[in-house]
Design a protein around this ligand. Structure first.
Ligand SMILES: Cc1cc2nc3c(=O)[nH]c(=O)nc-3n(C[C@H](O)[C@H](O)[C@H](O)COP(=O)(O)OP(=O)(O)OC[C@H]3O[C@@H](n4cnc5c(N)ncnc54)[C@H](O)[C@@H]3O)c2cc1C
Length: 458
């Protein structure tokens, strides 16, 4: 059997794996990157990028429908889904080509094939052994379902939803988290009737409650229906559609049901347990330096418990490469990781919610301020409603920024600098924000929290 030796062997070429490969090659290590499908993983091929391309087509559809309001004569015809998919694929292909070229230009050996951990530091692929001084496990995640709920026919996951070449008339989205609300938003803009079913009491339940309620208001206005705090009981399929039963006895009919109840770690049958790696419900456990219980074996991305986001995977990949190189990188603070949900309106946040802050520090030791986008010129021009909510420690830094409104995802950059650099509202209030931008709303919110509101009534 052929044996290959490297400084680093990485299992999985998605966000976590390829970031580790690029950074370790930069640091002079010899690297093998094992990928059974396509470099770029879920994010590039089935996740972040294709969904955001669809959301952009959805935004254009909305703009055309609302054109008359802005004095533009344009008539909305229909959605040509094959053409939408073609546009999306062009973006994915271009980025894939770029990534392949980038990885190819470094000293990285890309091994195509399915890998299995056959020794603590050895991955077997196509009958050949790749042994590393260090190993990174980065095998990613898959769309989960509920016990007894089969993904088949008209009951689909996000992977299938991205392959549809038509717009369903009526669709039920099971799960009101990030992936669920993004697809609900896309389909609504494309003209579908959409109902979201969420077992918890709110949409985007991981966000500050004010933002969840803001999104519920906005979705209601857009005609997106939702059933909250009620659990799914079962689904029956027939020739033309599905009948979904809820635990409260209600029945909903639709053409399709999207199951968006979260993502499970892609780790089973890959030799991880056999090698004695500590795991919990399929997730690979690590310490805060991303090391598993086996020396020299690290894990990155969605298989590590925590936020399943591409930029977390990138950062973890970079961290591991630097850790192995002895650069002693700073531990990644999970609460400092920005989160964006790209539905219309967008949701973006970083740091802790008001409820979490109250739990951590006591309600009497924190203050909040909500700046309504009604006072922001650019938001009015764009016709969006929403707000920016700040949470601060009294006489201390801003520890949470929570936003809702069209395009607010683009504002997360400054928000995350504020939270991660532990800025005080008084510090931010001295910084000049350009007028008229949506970004200005961040400046206004901090001015208000620092006790000197400008375009704000409170
Ligand atoms: C619909 C959707 C939308 C999303 N939108 C966003 C977004 O807007 N922003 C964001 O930050 N995140 C988003 N995500 C999440 C993001 O895609 C993931 O967090 C990210 O891809 C995780 O990276 P990873 O490296 O852990 O895993 P993956 O990207 O899943 O990569 C793992 C790779 O390992 C390979 N692999 C697995 N097993 C083996 C094996 N045995 N041998 C060889 N190769 C193997 C797989 O083929 C895959 O390429 C979205 C996800 C979905 C599903």
């Amino acid at each position: 059997m052929a044996e290959h030796n490297f400084d680093l062997v990485i299992l999985g070429g998605g966000s976590g794996g390829y970031a580790a490969a690029l950074r370790s090659a930069q640091l002079g290590m010899s690297v093998a990157l094992i990928e059974k499908d396509k470099l770029g993983g879920t994010c590039l091929h089935r996740g972040c990028i294709p969904t955001k391309a669809l959301l952009h087509s959805a935004e254009i559809a909305d703009n055309v429908k609302e054109a008359a309001h802005y004095g533009v004569n344009a008539a909305f015809g229909s959605i040509d889904m094959p053409a939408v998919n073609k546009y999306r694929d062009t973006i994915v292909d271009r980025l894939f080509k770029g990534l392949t070229g980038l990885v190819g230009s470094k000293d990285i050996t890309v091994v195509a094939g399915e890998g299995r951990l056959v020794g603590p530091k050895t991955v077997q692929v196509n009958g050949e052994n790749y042994t590393g001084k260090n190993i990174v496990l980065a095998s990613g995640s898959y769309s989960r379902s509920l016990p007894g709920l089969d993904i088949t026919g008209r009951v689909i996951t996000s992977e299938h939803a991205l392959q549809l070449n038509f717009v369903p008339n009526k669709v039920i989205v099971l799960g009101g988290g990030v992936i669920g609300v993004e697809f609900a938003s896309i389909w609504r803009s494309f003209g579908a009737e959409v109902t979201i079913v969420e077992g918890l009491p709110n949409l985007v339940p991981n966000e500050d409650i004010a933002v969840s309620k803001g999104l519920e208001r906005a979705f209601r206005k857009r005609g997106i229906d939702f059933k909250l705090g009620v659990r799914f009981a079962g689904v029956e399929q027939h020739d033309n559609g599905v009948v979904v039963s809820l635990e409260n006895g209600e029945k909903l009919e639709a053409e399709l049901m999207l199951v968006a109840v979260g993502r499970g770690p892609n780790t089973s049958g890959m030799g991880y347990e056999d090698q004695g790696i500590a795991m919990d419900r399929g997730f690979v456990l690590t310490n805060d330096r991303l090391q598993t219980n086996l020396p020299g074996v690290y894990a990155a991305g969605d298989i590590v418990p925590g936020l399943q986001l591409a930029h977390r995977g990138f950062q973890q990949g970079i961290f591991i490469a630097e850790e192995i190189a002895g650069l002693k990188p700073a531990v990644i603070d999970e609460t400092g990781i920005p989160k964006v949900t790209y539905c219309e309106p967008e949701v973006a946040s970083v740091g802790v919610s008001e409820a979490k802050a109250a739990e951590l520090y006591g309600a009497e030791n924190i203050s909040t301020y909500e700046y309504n986008l009604g006072g922001n010129g650019k938001s009015q021009i764009l016709g969006t409603a929403g707000f920016i909510k700040l949470v601060r420690k009294n006489n201390g830094p801003v520890i949470g920024v929570h936003m809702i409104g069209s395009r607010v995802g683009e504002q997360i950059g400054e928000a995350q600098l504020i939270v991660n650099w532990e800025a005080y509202p008084e510090d931010v209030a001295t910084l000049v924000h350009a007028h008229p931008t949506m970004n200005e709303a961040i400046g206004e919110a901090h001015l208000a929290l620092a006790g000197k509101p400008l375009h704000a009534h409170a």
